[in-house]
Design a protein around this ligand. Structure first.
Ligand code: G6P
Ligand code: ZN
Length: 550
């Protein structure tokens, strides 16, 4: 094998966001764009001579080409072996598991998650460290710094590698006597085995065999093959229980984001009145998000996390109890109430799964979740869509209650943290920044101001002090906290690729069970108006309604 040192020019925009580097496909296709980023990453890492790299993606457009480039560059940068999911496929949680199971050096996940795919859509690359989780900011910051001054990258003269046939291909390594191996593994098997080891498959199988009707929507994305193996082959579900389970490079032209807006087909089935099924769920492009629906009933991700924490001991893997919980700041405090009752700690981190890694590695938390449809546990270091679906099925199988009944009982016991998120997508960056600046300018004057039934207690820009490594992350979202415990959070998304997305997170605690049936938009109507008043969003952006409400 020969190393080709190729001169290059830096790009100025390779700053990883909330979850890796995400750009339009056409940006990734610019000369040396991917190579620059990969070399900046390899130059940041200290790669030992026996290092193994996992590579897999969600199968979106550009996945295969990118994988060939990464293999060639890994060989030239001293990796001994690359583990690839068959066909270049690995869901994000499966990649995390493979990194952990085979104790590899790290892995690259090629995905833009829930963003649209296809030639006009998005592509992305994220590096995960040896614990299976997203690289922390100290690595991503250094990669960005290196990408701004890069002058050359190293690539090898390897031929195209067959990534569709399970098995090993060996090449002569960099030095005499060394080899470089590309190993293609079954993308599904290890992950399906892991799920079977965590949950009571016997109980779920029985539930599905006794008239309980479910529908899982893979949204034409990566979880299709995983769902077939787990639900149909291992749990005996009817094949009609699955929809959109053939992955495609453009996700069937859709937007693979499991929420009430984009998982429209599933939502129709689950809100079909008397004809609605018992249970519906969907996952996103790379399989780490989940949406849970009951019969004519939507479970907010924040409530989902709280319910799973409260019922964890019903699942074999967590029968001994949980060490603690963590949630991102904008996620509702519902899970905190469960933690308090269980007498375990709860942590509040910034948005981004990477912030949970240290807490899990230190054994401080078992379950984590985010309002952005992410839930998972320490079985991997990513959020895990199918895991959440199986957890719910396990709980339903044991409790023999409907999704709605489980939620109502939960609210009765803990009170309800009424919650909603309003997204304003693709607004001009300047307009979004001016909204944020406008709210910040009121930091001193807002406290003690009265808005209808609400009085502002304090407002700040959230900072996180990592209790494990002492690192500090500032500017993680604006919080307006009210005296009764309600709050409004304003935050700019770190995952979009077009203009800016402004998110408004609304939360109000309702202890009164006679009001628990209220639609969240109705219950939060006054807070929504306060959010618009404080932010002057309509005036500054010209937008009169959110793009997505969850
Ligand atoms: C990704 C990350 C999550 C994060 C979400 C929302 O899915 O993995 O951890 O919560 O993006 O990020 P955003 O910055 O768009 O609100
Ligand atoms: Zn995702």
């Amino acid at each position: 094998m020969k190393i080709i040192v190729t001169p290059t020019q830096p790009y100025s925009d390779q700053k990883p966001g909330t979850s890796g580097l995400r750009k339009k496909v056409k940006i990734f296709q610019l000369a040396h764009y991917l190579e620059n980023f990969v070399q900046s990453l390899f130059d940041t890492l200290i790669v030992p001579s026996d290092a193994v790299l996992v590579v897999g993606g969600d199968g979106r457009y550009h996945n295969r080409q990118a994988i060939q480039t990464i293999i060639s560059m890994a060989a030239a940068n001293g990796f001994a072996r690359v583990l690839i999911g068959q066909g270049g496929i690995l869901s994000t949680p499966a990649a995390s598991h493979v990194i952990r199971k085979y104790k590899t050096f790290g892995g690259m996940v090629l995905s833009a998650s829930h963003n649209q795919g296809g030639i006009h859509g998005d592509f992305g690359i994220k590096y995960n460290i040896g614990n299976g989780g997203p690289a922390p900011e100290k690595i991503t910051d250094e990669v960005f710094a290196k990408s701004k001054v890069i002058a050359e990258y190293k690539i090898s003269d390897l031929p195209q590698v067959d990534i569709d046939t399970i098995g090993e291909t060996q090449f002569a390594g960099l030095a005499a006597g060394q080899t470089f191996t590309v190993q293609v593994i079954d993308a599904v098997q290890d992950y399906a085995d892991l799920m079977q080891s965590l949950f009571d498959f016997k109980a779920i199988k029985q539930l599905l065999a006794t008239g309980f009707e479910m529908k899982f929507d893979a949204m034409h994305a990566v979880t299709g093959p995983y769902a077939k193996e787990i639900f149909v082959n291992r749990l005996g579900a009817a094949s009609e229980s699955l929809m959109n389970c053939e992955p495609s490079e453009d996700f069937g032209g859709g937007h693979p984001d499991p929420n009430l807006t984009y998982a429209e087909d599933l939502v129709k089935i689950m809100f079909a009145g008397e004809n609605a099924l018992d249970f519906g769920a969907a996952s996103d492009g790379d399989g780490d998000r989940n949406m849970i629906l009951g019969q004519n009933f939507f479970v907010t991700p924040s409530d989902s996390l709280a319910v799973l924490a409260a019922n964890a001991t019903l699942v074999p893997a967590y029968a001994g109890g949980i060490a603690g919980v963590a949630r991102s700041m904008p996620t509702s405090g519902a899970v905190d109430r469960v933690a308090a009752k269980l007498n375990v700690p709860s942590f509040e981190t910034p948005t981004g799964w990477k912030f949970f890694g240290n807490l899990m590695d230190a054994g401080k938390v078992t379950l984590c979740g985010e309002e952005s449809f992410g839930t998972s546990s320490s079985h991997v270091r990513e959020k895990d869509g199918l895991w959440a679906v199986l957890f719910w099925l396990n709980v339903i199988a044991v409790k023999q209650m409907s999704v709605e009944a489980i939620l109502k009982a939960h609210w009765l016991e803990y009170g309800r943290n009424v919650y909603s998120r309003h997204d304003y997508e693709s607004i001009p960056t300047e307009a979004a920044n001016s909204v944020i600046a406008h709210i910040k300018a009121q930091f001193a004057s807002l406290p003690d101001q009265v808005f209808g039934n609400y009085t502002v207690k304090l407002c700040d820009d959230f900072s996180y002090h990592d209790p494990i490594d002492g690192s500090v992350s500032n500017n993680q979202g604006i919080r307006v906290l009210f005296t009764d415990g309600s709050r409004i959070v304003f935050r700019l998304s770190g995952t979009g690729t077009e203009g800016a997305t402004l998110r408004i997170y609304l939360e109000a605690y309702e202890p009164d069970s006679s009001k628990h049936h209220l639609d969240a938009q109705v219950a939060l109507a006054e807070m929504i108006q306060i959010a618009l008043q404080i932010s002057q969003l309509v005036e500054k952006t010209g937008r009169v309604a959110p793009t997505v409400i969850t």
